[in-house]
Design a protein around this ligand. Structure first.
Ligand code: ATP
Ligand code: MG
Length: 307
């Protein structure tokens, strides 16, 4: 399953939310979420976690390079070696082989900071997304997915799309209103699309949904500098809290102990919601009704007062 997290502008916290989402994803022995940073404007994960991509075969550039070659016939490495093909298996390695494992176990595929390099890689991935499906759950940080961008093209391959927006801000609300019809149209292709709202927003979920072409509000992301610091690896708590952090990173499968951080708590609820989508199998109409979460009468009577 591909879960895309994107924004329509600004820096509302996409990388932070995507990281928290992947880290808090409900796990099972066969579920190893991989966080892919496919932000065409350049990545932050490598800098946040001190990863030197020059020294590493991992990252979104290597993933893109592997993605552009056709999916190979699956043959054992010795057969390739006999045929004189060196490194054939690694060239087509599944997603997880392009990931770096953070100290607590979260696997990340970071983007280079250089927008030219990152942009090229995202463009290739958007045209060749099959390797993103080789993981059970790929949480993809798409960055800004404005219509016409490589990010927007990549989003079209997602099963679940989380659009992070500051709906209470006049400019962001106007952009949401303009882009929502295109985002909502992804549902025609079977994707689940919903909003995560950050920043102060006095409007109800129904009010936001109404200006956003009926896209449901899946989450309200609280302002939480501590949680944001945690996902950046910058967290510098007192000793006792540091112990709790270490416990979480080393036992990512049980993030409950960190749910006192509002960002982590919100990400965990959102991850559970997204995970549930994989098994719903609703018809398009049922999906639409459930997403809207209200009757037509309710929708029609909602007062819209955004922006
Ligand atoms: N929920 C939050 N509460 C407080 N601060 C946050 C939260 N989420 C993110 N931040 C902070 O906001 C800044 C931007 O976050 P982040 O890099 O995740 O955003 P982004 O949308 O990915 O931006 P960019 O477009 O630069 O990639 C960072 O300093 C981060 O620590
Ligand atoms: Mg980012």
């Amino acid at each position: 399953m591909i879960v895309a997290v994107c924004s329509l502008g600004g820096a509302p916290g996409v990388t932070s939310l995507a990281t928290a989402l992947a880290a808090a994803w409900p796990s099972s022995p066969v579920t190893v979420p991989v966080l892919v940073e496919a932000d065409a404007s350049g990545g932050d994960l490598a800098a946040w976690h001190g990863i030197d991509l020059h020294d590493s075969p991992a990252g979104v550039v290597s993933l893109a390079a592997a993605s552009r070659t056709p999916v190979p016939v699956s043959l054992p490495a010795d057969v390739w070696a006999e045929a004189g093909v060196e490194g054939a298996s690694s060239a087509h390695a599944p997603l997880v082989n392009h990931a770096v494992e953070l100290p607590g176990g979260l696997r990340v595929v970071p983007a280079p900071a250089d927008p030219l390099e990152a942009g090229r890689a995202v463009d290739v991935l958007a045209h060749n997304p099959s390797l993103l499906r080789t993981g059970r759950v790929s949480v993809v940080d798409v960055g800004r997915a404005v219509p016409g961008s490589a990010g927007a093209l990549l989003v079209r391959h997602a099963d679940v799309v989380v659009v992070l927006t500051q709906a209470g801000d006049v400019g962001h609300a106007a952009r949401l209103r303009a882009c929502a019809p295109i985002l909502a149209s992804l549902r025609e292709e079977g994707a689940r699309v919903g909003l995560a709202i950050t920043g102060p927003c006095p409007h109800s979920d129904g009010e936001v949904s109404k200006v956003a072409s009926g896209l449901p509000v899946w989450a309200r992301i609280p302002h939480d500098p501590t949680g944001a610091g945690l996902v950046q690896g910058e967290y510098r708590p007192p000793a006792r809290l540091r112990d709790r952090l270490a416990a979480w990173w080393s036992e990512r499968r049980d993030p409950d102990s960190l749910e006192w951080m509002p960002l982590i708590k919100a990400a965990k609820s959102l991850a559970e919601l997204c995970d549930d989508f994989s098994g719903l199998g609703l018809s398009h109409e049922e999906q639409k009704e459930q997403d809207l979460g209200m009757s037509k009468e309710q929708r029609d009577s909602t007062v819209v007062n955004i922006a």
